[in-house]
Write a protein that binds this ligand. Structure first.
Ligand code: ZN
Length: 645
């Protein structure tokens, strides 16, 4: 983790004009700067940067923030990634705290792989463009397929000579280790000999969304029958297949601007579309979509349009993983490329404008498309038709987030009319799948929390302690302890920890969660002292005239570390000033309390659900359930970050 000191240094060095100016062309206007907004399409600038306030704001789309926020938004980085980016830019050495040796080693391997990949990409590119073999075998083939030099350069396409170890030798000469070479997949070992893995193939470097080369796809030339069409980098510290979308680095800003992401299957579909001028496109690499890929897309847009070619395998591949997309709240459309073409050849044939027109005219909503395909398939067979109804109900049930409620209703209406079935009946069926899924999620969630425990033998114990936290009053105790111990400490500039705690309790209606009368008394007394304009300290409660309260205060203050067992484990053996950590502890106590509230609401909601008869009300309760579960997940996640920060 990045140290507080480093963060402060970065913050003090940031120049918002410099940061934004490296992505947006800015012109001075008075004390401010203006430019065309990078977050929405505009011709007259409404994007303003104020160096004195150190903020940016767009009056067109409303996006605003500071320099770190800008880097996060523009590059779709997390907070930490943005800090790293800024540190590199200003040559600030990052001081890390609390990094495990395993993590460090993993980072080092990933760095080495990255450096080797850069070297390899350069080498392969030179072989393609400059060597005789590359020009004759590969470059001519790419040109035959319609790729020009700009595209070849942009995607850094390359060629691996058809010799046993030309690349490996060169890499060893440049001090790259055998281990890293093998790990990268560029070199393989056979009978004790090191060989180039991609001999005689065209090389597609694969970049992540920030432009780092993390691996390669190596394609045979023409339709050779030597081995598979593509060989890809094996999974390693840098290359994690389930997170990769080919072309995402070049596509991220166009996707943002067009608010739509095209998804194709192959690397050459991406390069061909880019060459034609359609840049909001990525490739999945032919496997079904993973949750990580969908979330990557979702960082940029909610509109996913899947372009696939006409063979049956293409349709099936396109349909796989799409329920996941719907669950993620993506608006999924499908387009079939006509006449047995693929996106690559079709865009080359008709050009960008006609291609875009075709897509806009022919894209179909995924659920309705699925319905259409399956109905045609089923014909007059009533058993198969029933299966179609089931399948559609299941797809619609995936639209279960609270904000999808109207969309779900709309689908039920439209699909029941297409299927000629009773709307009420379809609603009931959708509900059935929703309930089934809730049950499955519950089990999965329980499994996941167990799996996440690093030590299996203690996991059960810790689960129990977490459970205890909700059964007994430890979470309320945590809040009251924070109040007594840290109440007078500053929370933010103008308020204290006590002010913060009381505000949160009032805001989220948490008063009724304190079951222990003594705790309630302490809270009330604290409040009334505050209202009189003074502040009680620890001693006030420790030496309270009411002995019971005094005892409670003692037991609270001596059982410090029980609220987050992981916390103590994590900091074991390290000398840390406890007062440095009080904000984390206060936040953690409040989160536990909120979690208790949410859990209580879930139970009440389930109770209502069991009694409720009307279909409409059941749907609403189900959505409430889903929403509460999401809140619960978020709070659990918050507790995780607080504990491990
Ligand atoms: Zn804007």
């Amino acid at each position: 983790m990045i140290s507080q000191q480093t963060i402060q240094e970065i913050q003090s060095r940031i120049d918002i004009y410099d940061i934004v100016g490296s992505f947006v062309k800015l012109k001075r206007r008075g004390t401010n700067f203006i430019g065309n907004c990078p977050f929405h399409n505009e011709k007259t600038p409404s994007f303003t940067v104020s160096p004195s306030k150190e903020i940016y704001k767009c009056f067109g789309c409303g996006k605003s923030g500071n320099a770190i926020g800008f880097v996060m938004e523009h590059e779709k980085y997390s907070y930490v990634e943005a800090l790293r980016w800024l540190a590199t830019r200003y040559n600030i050495d990052i001081v890390e705290t609390e990094t495990s040796p395993e993590y460090k080693e993993q980072q080092q391997t990933a760095d080495s792989l990255h450096i080797l990949n850069q070297f390899a990409a350069k080498y392969f590119s030179a072989q393609l463009l400059e060597s005789e073999e590359g020009q004759n075998n590969a470059l001519s083939y790419l040109k035959e397929r319609g790729f020009n030099e700009l595209t070849i350069e942009k995607f850094q396409l390359g060629y691996c000579l058809n010799q046993r170890d030309a690349f490996t030798k060169e890499a060893l000469k440049h001090q790259y280790s055998e281990d890293i070479l093998k790990k990268s997949g560029l070199t393989i070992e056979r009978d004790g000999q090191l060989l180039d893995n991609y001999r005689g193939r065209i090389i597609f470097p694969i970049q992540n969304q920030s432009g780092k080369i993390i691996g390669f796809g190596a394609r045979v030339i023409g339709s050779s029958d030597r081995g598979p069409k593509y060989i890809n980098t094996p999974e390693n510290e840098l290359y994690v297949k389930s997170r990769i979308l080919y072309g995402s680095f070049f596509a991220r800003h166009p996707i943002d601007k067009f608010d739509e992401c095209y998804l194709v299957e192959g690397y050459t579909d991406v390069t061909a579309m880019h060459q034609a001028g359609i840049e909001n496109v990525v490739a999945s690499g032919g496997t079904s979509l993973t949750i990580d890929q969908l979330r990557l897309i979702k960082k940029y847009t909610n509109n996913l349009t899947i372009i696939y070619d006409g063979d049956a395998a293409g349709v099936k591949a396109a349909l796989r993983g799409l329920d996941l997309a719907i669950e993620e709240g993506l608006n999924v459309q499908m387009v079939l490329i006509p006449d047995k073409e693929d996106p690559d050849s079709y865009v080359m044939k008709v050009g960008a404008e006609e291609f875009r027109n075709f897509i806009n005219l022919n894209k179909k909503d995924f659920i309705l498309f699925q319905l259409e395909v399956s109905l045609t398939d089923a014909g007059n067979d009533s058993t198969r038709k029933a299966a179609v109804v089931n399948q559609i109900a299941e797809s619609i049930s995936k639209l279960s987030r609270a904000e999808d409620f109207t969309r779900q209703q709309d689908y039920i209406k439209r699909c029941s009319s297409i299927l000629k079935v009773d709307e009420q009946g379809l609603t009931a069926l959708v509900k059935k799948f929703t309930i089934e899924k809730l049950g499955k999620d519950e089990k999965k969630f329980q499994r996941n929390t167990e799996e996440k425990e690093p030590e299996q033998q203690t996991s059960e114990k810790e689960d129990q302690s977490l459970d205890l936290l909700f059964k007994d009053e430890m979470n309320e105790q945590g809040v009251v302890r924070s109040l007594i111990e840290f109440g007078n400490q500053p929370w933010e500039e103008t308020n204290s920890v006590a002010d913060y705690i009381f505000l949160e309790i009032e805001k989220d209606g948490l008063e009724d969660l304190f079951d222990n009368k003594l705790l309630v008394e302490i809270i009330n007394e604290y409040k009334s002292i505050l209202e009189r304009g003074t502040r009680p300290d620890e001693k006030f409660f420790l030496y309270h005239p009411d002995q019971k309260i005094g005892q409670m205060a003692v037991s609270l203050l001596t059982e410090k570390h029980q609220i987050s067992p992981n916390w103590a484990k994590f900091y074991q053996g390290k000398i840390l000033d406890r007062s440095d950590l009080y904000r984390e502890e206060v936040r953690s106590s409040m989160t536990y309390l909120k979690l208790k509230k949410v859990k209580r609401l879930i139970v009440e909601n389930q109770y209502d659900l069991e009694k409720e008869q009307s279909q409409d009300d059941i749907l609403i309760l189900l959505h409430t359930h889903k929403h509460l579960k999401e809140l619960e997940m978020q709070l659990m996640k918050d507790i995780g970050t607080v504990i491990f920060k």
